[in-house]
Design a protein around this ligand. Structure first.
Ligand code: FES
Length: 112
């Protein structure tokens, strides 16, 4: 049986399960909600960039155009190239953040 891990998305307070052999992006897509940006799925477009706040991942090679060595050391990964190695918390950044936050439930204080 494949291990699955609990992933928490800081921006939207959502959680999902992700198998150890599934990318963080693949697991997130299974949430089936609007706004999950799916680009190349191959580490080339940078749309799926996230910051790992806690927990461990295993990453395949990522384009340095999108994640510099320094950023990688700080915990930034491309979700289509990263697999969970433990339960983890992540926060979407850049385009990914704009996409998923835009599709949240309506704001609590709508304009009159
Ligand atoms: S989907 Fe293009 S880099 Fe992840």
């Amino acid at each position: 049986m494949t291990t699955t891990y609990a992933i928490a998305i800081g921006n939207t307070q959502e959680r999902y399960r992700c198998r150890a052999d599934q990318t963080l992006l693949g697991g997130m897509e299974q949430l089936g909600r609007k706004g999950i940006p799916v680009g190349c799925r191959g580490g080339g477009c940078g749309v799926c960039k996230v910051h790992i706040e806690s927990g461990k991942t295993r990453c395949e090679r990522m384009s340095r155009c999108h994640v510099s060595a320094e950023e990688e050391a700080q915990g930034y990964v491309l979700a289509c190239r990263a697999y969970p190695r433990s339960d983890l918390a992540l926060r979407a950044v850049d385009r990914m953040a704009r996409c998923i936050e835009r599709h949240l439930a309506p704001p609590p204080h709508p304009h009159p």
